[in-house]
Every structure is written in structure tokens, then in C-alpha cells.
Design a protein around this ligand. Structure first.
Ligand code: ATP
Length: 201
């Protein structure tokens, strides 16, 4: 009889290195679920959800090719907590459902990983067994994000950071911490955690 895999969450601020860490876990044959990318995919492809979003946020929510009009949506939700919460209440349950289905397709692994920038803020951490926080100094996170996303300005990145849970709070809540500040090798830190999680519950 197969037991359900241990469910590990990976979170951290913008540019902390969550995706890089997940790629290393992938090389160890550990499946990773990128909640932010999946949310974008679901918003583009779930017809009912699309309809609901258009009802609430207007026709401009999607551009002609069906992709989410991030500029439009961001302009509505960025400074309006109520609207942000409406958006989250529409999208988060769909992502949670999608994650559940995804997990049920990966039962033959000792553990699986859910990566999300807002794991604590969204409350989805509650359904996971352990949480890893990836951390790096803010200046490094900004410079890495600027290199990765040339369309973003430093001010925009700082504004995103100011809306995320403060780093120290995430670190206080973490079960495990991965330091991505170039003081310790990432691969070794991942290997150490892999050993722990592979021993099972
Ligand atoms: P977001 O929350 O925006 O999705 P993230 O936490 O997933 O960000 P990554 O995309 O993994 O962050 O990393 C941000 C950028 O920094 C990427 O371009 C990545 O290649 C680079 N990066 C991450 N870690 C390191 C490192 N240790 N050395 C050099 N570059 C790094």
C-alpha cells in the first residue's frame, strides 16, 4: 500500500532563489509544483474561472490571445486589499484543488514540494507538513531580480517586497532555512534536507 508523500512547502521573498532550489530538488527526482506558474496557467485555461474574473475585474482582465492582462489586474489590486482578497478567493481554491490532483499523481515519491512566494500569506502552508524558507539579503534579491526581469525597476521590486511578509517573520516560522547568500553551497543544503525528508514521516 502506498502512503501519501510528505508535503514540503518552499517559500521566500521575490528573488530569494526558490525556483533555483526547486531545480536542484528536481535533479534528485523530487517533483515540484510551482503554485505561481500554475495559478497563471489556471487563470488562462479554466473557462469558469475566467468568466468569474471578467465579471469582477472587467473585460480588460485578459488580452486578445487569452493571457492575463497583468498590468490591468495589478493596477486594480496593488493598492486595494479588498480587491486583492477577492482575486485570491477566486484563484486560491482552484490552485489548491489543482495541487491536490497533482499530488495524487505523485504518490510514488517520498516527498513532494510546493513552491509559492506567498505560502504564509495565502494560508496554504497549513496543509503542508514542513516549510523551507529560502533566504538572501534584500540587496542581493533585488540585484538578482533586476538581472532576471529587465522589465522591472528597482522601485517596483522594492514595492513588491514591501507587500510580502517581512523576511524575519518568515524565518521565525520556518521549519528549515536554506541560505542563498553565497556563504554556503546551495547543493549541499538541498542534499542535507533530501536526506531528512527521504527518511519519511
Ligand atoms: P520569484 O519569487 O520572483 O519567483 P525566486 O525566489 O523563485 O523568485 P529565482 O528565480 O530562483 O528566485 O532566483 C532569482 C534570480 O536569481 C534568478 O535569475 C536565478 O537564476 C538567480 N539566482 C538565484 N540564486 C542564485 C545564486 N546562488 N547565484 C547566482 N544567481 C542566483
Amino acid at each position: 500500500m502506498s502512503r501519501s508523500p510528505l508535503q514540503i512547502g518552499i517559500t521566500g521573498g521575490i528573488g530569494s532563489g526558490k525556483s533555483v532550489v526547486c531545480k536542484i530538488f528536481n535533479t534528485l527526482d523530487i517533483p515540484t509544483y510551482d503554485a505561481d506558474s500554475r495559478a497563471k496557467w489556471i487563470m488562462m485555461n479554466d473557462k469558469l474561472l475566467k468568466k468569474e474574473l471578467i465579471n469582477v475585474f472587467g473585460k480588460k482582465t485578459f488580452v486578445d490571445n487569452g493571457e492575463v492582462n497583468r498590468k490591468h489586474l495589478s493596477s486594480i489590486i496593488f493598492n486595494d486589499k479588498k480587491k486583492l482578497s477577492v482575486l485570491n478567493n477566486i484563484v486560491h481554491p482552484k490552485v489548491a484543488e489543482d495541487y491536490k490532483v497533482w499530488t495524487s499523481n505523485h504518490l510514488n515519491h517520498p516527498y513532494v514540494i510546493k513552491e509559492a512566494a506567498l505560502l504564509y500569506e495565502s494560508g496554504s502552508y497549513q496543509l503542508l507538513d514542513k516549510i523551507i524558507v529560502v533566504t538572501a539579503p534584500e540587496s542581493l534579491r533585488i540585484s538578482r531580480t533586476l538581472l532576471r526581469d529587465p522589465h522591472r525597476s528597482k522601485v517596483e521590486i522594492q514595492s513588491i517586497i514591501s507587500k510580502q511578509m517581512p523576511e524575519h517573520e518568515k524565518l521565525e516560522r520556518a521549519d528549515y532555512v536554506i541560505k542563498n547568500d553565497e556563504s554556503e553551497l546551495l547543493i549541499q543544503q538541498v542534499l542535507d534536507l533530501h536526506k531528512i525528508f527521504s527518511l519519511r514521516k
